[in-house]
Design a protein around this ligand. Structure first.
Ligand SMILES: *Cc1c(COP(=O)(O)O)cnc(C)c1O
Length: 432
């Protein structure tokens, strides 16, 4: 499989190059030249297959022989090690829980897959690869855990000192081994700027093979298809396919679901469930795409003003707005509605949603009211404990802390404090 740049100014590359480069030299996102089509028989027989087999069959055509089959099977098996249970909430609404991975959020799936692919490419080449990433919180944790102990890859994470939550900081700074945390005396924007300067500095990139681990990387995007298939496997009413409501920020997750659908996965409809950062829902309603500065909300992992993956969704539908509108609706949920939904779902259904899942739930409930007879799934993208400061005051109860987090809260923190200046970062990377 070859991947072309959506800006069409750079040559098409292999999966390996697309993974290592992240973004094309013309700043475009990589996109597969063809979309594999599943056979009807494969879908009918899916129920009898293991999650490992399903995931392997889905991803294999995207990678071809760039990773030997046995290695790819191992990578896939490590990626799908934790469950993605489909939990029935009421008669028509189900939750697909994607928070059973090590950092309790869905980003674990993409980060684990990407890290192991990069490790394979690093070990089969002669160069060590350094992953450089700036984080405002969640991405850093998923990337750190995904790459932890992975051979041939060093990870350098920049985070703004004093501006991430204590759980998030512990997830970044207590691992050690190949994970290095730089605590920057500045803001997230400073961290981001320093990382960008590093990628744009040939006197550094000639000496160090740098790669980014952000969500536009094909090796993070493509494996996110897996759990849409796992959901369908657990879906009892195969003759009536589900509506998927996906809490969306950068639109990588929902774009993976739509890719799965175009490959043949039966899906009735998609809902782009957004907080007040709702460029896409507005676009779907008006046909006008207006980028806005992100505004902070309770579902902060979705506070994105210009979702980077939306260009991939347009490409999936050949820029055909009419076709896109048939399969995709948008929804906007305010902070007040997030609080009300968390409270209501807890009280009436006995289920505790996190602020992102609550956006998905309410968007789905509204849609189903307009479409009687349909049933749907919202993606529960994070464990509520990650947002206990929002959730606990709403339900007037403590959220039990899962063992995975309890253990790290007491580990010693290891970070290197650094001024927000590029020369300091450059020197650090050269000394590595
Ligand atoms: C990243 C994130 C999202 C948004 O996912 P996108 O792929 O960027 O649309 C939603 N919920 C949580 C908890 C996240 O961490």
């Amino acid at each position: 499989m070859k991947y072309f740049s959506l800006n069409r100014q750079s040559p098409a590359v292999s999966f390996k190059e697309a993974t290592i480069q992240g973004q094309a030299p013309d700043k475009g996102l990589y996109f597969p030249e063809t979309i594999p089509q599943l056979e009807k028989r494969w879908l009918q027989e899916m129920d009898g297959k293991s999650n490992e087999e399903i995931a392997f069959d889905i991803i294999h055509p995207y990678i071809g022989n760039e990773i030997p089959e046995a290695v790819l099977r191992q990578i896939v098996s490590e990626t799908v090690q934790f469950p993605s249970p489909l939990v029935q909430i009421n008669e028509n609404i189900f939750a697909l829980e994607l928070f059973h991975g090590p950092t309790l959020a869905f980003k674990d799936t993409g980060a684990r897959f990407m890290s192991r692919c990069l490790s394979h490419f690093a070990l089969s080449g002669s160069e060590k690869i350094t992953v450089l990433v700036a984080t405002s919180g969640d991405t850093g944790g998923a990337v750190a855990h995904g790459f932890y102990g992975v051979e041939g890859v060093e990870v350098v994470i920049l985070y703004p000192s004093g501006k991430v939550s204590s759980v998030q900081e512990q997830q970044l700074t207590t691992l050690g081994k190949n994970i290095h945390a730089l605590e920057i005396r500045g803001t997230f924007d400073d961290c981001q700027r320093m990382v960008k300067q590093a990628f744009a500095d040939p006197s550094l990139t000639q000496k160090r093979r740098l790669t980014s681990a952000n969500s536009i990387n094909v090796a993070r995007w493509l494996p996110q298809q897996f759990y849409y298939f796992f959901a369908y496997k657990q879906w009892a009413q195969k003759e009536c396919p589900p509506v998927f409501s996906v809490p969306s920020g950068n639109f990588g997750n929902i774009c993976a679901g739509m890719l799965a659908c175009i490959s043949g996965l039966p899906v009735k409809h998609f809902i782009a469930a957004c907080n007040i950062n709702d460029v896409v829902p507005r676009y779907l309603a008006s046909g006008k795409y207006e980028v806005k500065e992100a505004r902070p909300t309770l579902s902060n992992a979705m506070d994105v003003g210009n979702p980077s993956n939306f260009v991939r969704i347009l490409q999936l539908f050949d820029q055909d707005f009419t076709r896109l509108k048939e399969i995709l609706s948008g929804a906007t949920v305010t902070d007040a509605e997030i609080r009300q939904t968390i409270q209501k779902v807890k009280k009436e259904e006995g289920y505790l949603a996190d602020p992102h899942g609550a956006v998905g739930y309410l968007s789905l409930e509204r849609y189903l009211q307009q479409h009687p007879g349909e049933r749907g799934i919202f993606l529960e993208t994070a464990h509520p404990v990650k947002f206990y400061d929002v959730v606990e005051p709403v339900i007037h109860e403590k959220v039990p802390v899962p063992a995975a987090i309890k253990d790290i809260l007491h580990l010693p923190k290891h970070s290197l404090v650094m001024e927000a200046s590029y020369p300091a970062l450059k020197q650090y990377l050269l000394d590595q």
